[in-house]
Design a protein around this ligand. Structure first.
Ligand code: GAL
Length: 696
């Protein structure tokens, strides 16, 4: 059999699109004509179509009505829109739920759910997979060669777990394949604890208690989604092998291992719904939303770091599901869309084009609201962005090329959630990853946020916050990375358990002990009102000077072969190491034993960047809440997107490197005045500029 060649996602223009649900309106005369006019007026060159259309495509089993979709596909083609055509498995028709009760999901309480809303099918049910395969075959045969077709959109936001007997029995089979014998399973899961020893596979029915089984359940559910995806894809590949396939992931979603699912599809898309302006106030300034959004973009892009991705859903104005969802302030829409482009998105699509007249999402922000007008506040903003996207086509082909990675790992996140340790209230895994990411963001240094399976050789610096669970091979690959010259930073809570949550024996950080040159003996948990000073020892090799407060978690460690850069200066562990480093081969591994606050991460980041020879893009630091993000073209041209996420203006000195304002051709700029929530696009004039991007 010939190997399948994976089709690449290489649009020839930046995509500016929207979820389009014309089937909701097909009985309203004239509305599709109006839609075609408004799509054009909004400068939309794409739509995602058919996401929730199953009942309108197959109103009864095996009875198909494609005429409306035929007409829409042709009209869109004639109107200049490319189509990302969905498979409809995200919501099943009523007749199907009635005929095949097994496709309705079962909750953890063992009760089968009602037909309900959407995203609630059993992931295992052969009947559902069969029905999905049938409708996908019809779609692929009918539209696989349609000139409007740009890509396939699998389902919608795969999500959740099903606990029906089919799923549980498939789980047991999956476990048998993994562990082969019950003895091996009992050993790996430490099930003798609390007398949970399994003597029959069928006893594995409930998931409470055993950490390793709970982790395996999540891996198994990820596997079920992967095989569900393969079933969805088979007919699409058969009838349209040239059309790339994606599915829309959700930011911050943690029930599946997205990095594993990313391997199944051709390109990454994700739905980004940050609550712009909704997080104002002293505790969380607005720019944090920009920071977190950038982090998620970098996490999704890093799932396929050499491929462009797509910001496939965002709202043109508000969402309808947050308790408070303020309007996007002028400029913010453009800025958050350009943020997506700056991080490797090949465009932006909105949810949704036209407001639904009824049901759940009628008050969600749209391009065309219930008034049906194009002289609104939002519409011209969209249309202007579309015009800009047309001019921005040369950005296609460039990508962010980070030299720095912060590892944020799905499986490790699951494990930390199960940890039940003295510091469990302080873990805050994603927040900790973002804390380490922030000083780079503020320097305009491009980042990847991969999981622990990443190819570390791509990077100069790898930061691994709280990497509590080391999967097989990770420690060895980190050691090879350092050996060849990489800079590794680990923190407290690193290297405690293996992939089945068994503690490493003989001293933490287990297989990283030699690389870091330390042995962790205990971890102290600090209540919120207590801090312990950490003082940098005089003349330390990183030139760190100062005293900073450690909070929440302090590990008590022994430096075995590591140098000590800073020590605790308080508590009964005063004088013990708080920051260490060990050189191995051409590289260096640092360990931060405590969560050190104040401006420590800022100072430390500046020091390791210097050590790595990476210069900040525009001098350091940028004004708080301003970031610069870059894409690098194969010819060495840098694209720089300078964005102000503050409610107040900011000024940025661009130096004399010769940045050109892309929207005012020819203008070389040394200084940028950024009004609130604005964004500028620059290109480099000459040689590639510093700032953390590699010309690979
Ligand atoms: C997404 C979903 C869309 C729509 C949108 C509303 O998560 O994929 O179908 O519901 O949210 O914000």
């Amino acid at each position: 059999m010939m190997d399948q060649i994976t089709p690449l996602f290489r649009p020839t223009a930046l995509i500016h699109g929207a979820d389009y649900n014309p089937e909701q309106w097909r009985h309203v005369p004239g509305i599709w004509d109006t839609d075609m006019r408004l799509l054009k007026g909004a400068n939309l060159n794409g739509v995602t179509l058919g996401i929730f259309s199953w009942a309108e495509l197959e109103p009864a089993e095996g009875v198909y009505q494609f005429e409306w979709m035929d007409e829409i596909m042709d009209r869109l083609h004639a109107n200049g829109q490319r189509v990302i055509l969905a498979t409809p498995s995200g919501a099943k028709p009523n007749w199907m739920a009635e005929k095949f009760p097994e496709i309705r999901r079962v909750g953890e309480d063992g009760r089968r759910r009602l037909q309900g809303l959407r995203h609630n099918h059993c992931l295992t049910s052969p009947a559902y997979r069969e029905n999905v395969s049938r409708i996908n075959t019809q779609l692929a045969m009918r539209y696989g060669q349609h000139p409007a077709l740009l890509a396939w959109h699998l389902s919608n936001e795969y999500g959740g777990y099903c606990y029906c007997e089919l799923c549980k029995s498939a789980f047991r089979e999956w476990l048998k394949e993994k562990y082969v014998t019950l003895d091996a399973l009992n050993d790996a899961c430490w099930s003798r604890f609390w007398s949970h020893t399994y003597t029959d596979w069928n006893q594995i029915d409930r998931l409470d208690g055993i950490h390793a089984l709970r982790l395996d359940w999540k891996r198994f559910m990820t596997h079920q989604v992967a095989t569900f995806i393969r079933n969805e894809m088979a007919p699409l590949r058969q009838y349209a092998p040239h059309v790339p396939i994606t599915t829309n992931f959700m930011g911050a979603y943690d029930l599946y291992d997205y990095n594993a699912l990313a391997k199944e599809i051709d390109f990454i898309s994700w739905d980004s719904y940050p609550v712009w302006h909704g997080q104002g106030g002293e505790q969380c300034p607005h720019w944090h939303t920009g920071l977190w959004s950038t982090f998620y973009h970098d996490q999704f892009r890093a799932m396929k770091p050499d491929e462009p991705m797509l910001l496939i859903e965002t709202t043109p104005s508000q969402v309808n599901w947050a308790q408070v969802s303020p309007l996007k302030r002028p400029g913010m829409h453009r800025t958050c869309c350009l943020l997506g482009v700056s991080r490797g998105s090949q465009g932006v699509c909105y949810f949704q084009f036209r407001s639904s007249r009824g049901s759940s999402e009628k008050y969600h922000g749209t391009v065309v609201s219930h008034d049906g007008r194009d002289d609104t506040r939002v519409f011209p903003e969209i249309s202007e962005l579309g015009a800009l996207f047309e001019k921005l086509a040369p950005v296609l082909g460039s990508l962010p090329r980070p030299q720095v990675a912060v590892i944020c790992d799905h499986q490790n996140r699951w494990d930390l959630e199960e940890m039940q340790s003295p510091v469990q209230g302080a873990v805050n895994y994603i927040g900790t990853c973002v804390d380490h990411y922030t000083p780079f963001w503020q320097r305009g240094i491009s980042m990847d946020v991969p999981d622990q399976s990443a190819d570390f050789s791509r990077y100069r610096i790898v930061i691994a916050p709280e990497l509590h669970m080391l999967l097989p091979g990770t420690a060895e690959r980190l050691a090879a990375f350092v050996e060849k010259g990489g800079i590794l930073v680990t923190t407290y809570l690193t290297g405690y358990v293996n992939e089945t949550d068994l503690c490493f024996l003989g001293g933490f950080p287990g297989p990283l002990r030699e690389l870091l040159g330390i042995r962790i003996e205990e971890m102290d948990a600090l209540p919120g009102f207590r801090t312990v000073p950490v003082r940098a020892s005089a003349g330390n090799p990183l030139n760190l000077t100062g005293t900073w407060p450690a909070r929440d978690i302090c590990e008590l460690i022994h430096a075995e072969s590591a140098e000590v850069l800073a020590t605790y200066d308080g508590e009964f562990y005063s004088g013990m190491p708080a920051i260490t480093r060990k050189k191995s081969g051409l590289g260096t591994a640092y360990h931060l034993c405590a969560r050190i606050g104040g401006d420590f991460l800022e100072t430390f980041t500046a020091a390791i960047l210097k050590d790595a020879g990476i210069a900040p893009l525009l001098g350091e630091p940028l004004p708080v809440g301003v970031t610069a993000q870059t894409r690098l073209a194969p010819d060495g041209t840098q694209w720089m997107f300078l964005m102000n996420f503050n409610e107040t203006p900011a000024t940025v000195d661009l130096g004399d490197a010769g940045w050109r304002n892309y929207e005012s051709p020819g203008e070389v700029v040394n200084r940028a005045e950024l009004p609130p929530f604005t964004s500028f696009i620059f290109t480099s004039c000459g040689d590639p500029l510093p700032g953390g991007d590699l010309t690979t």
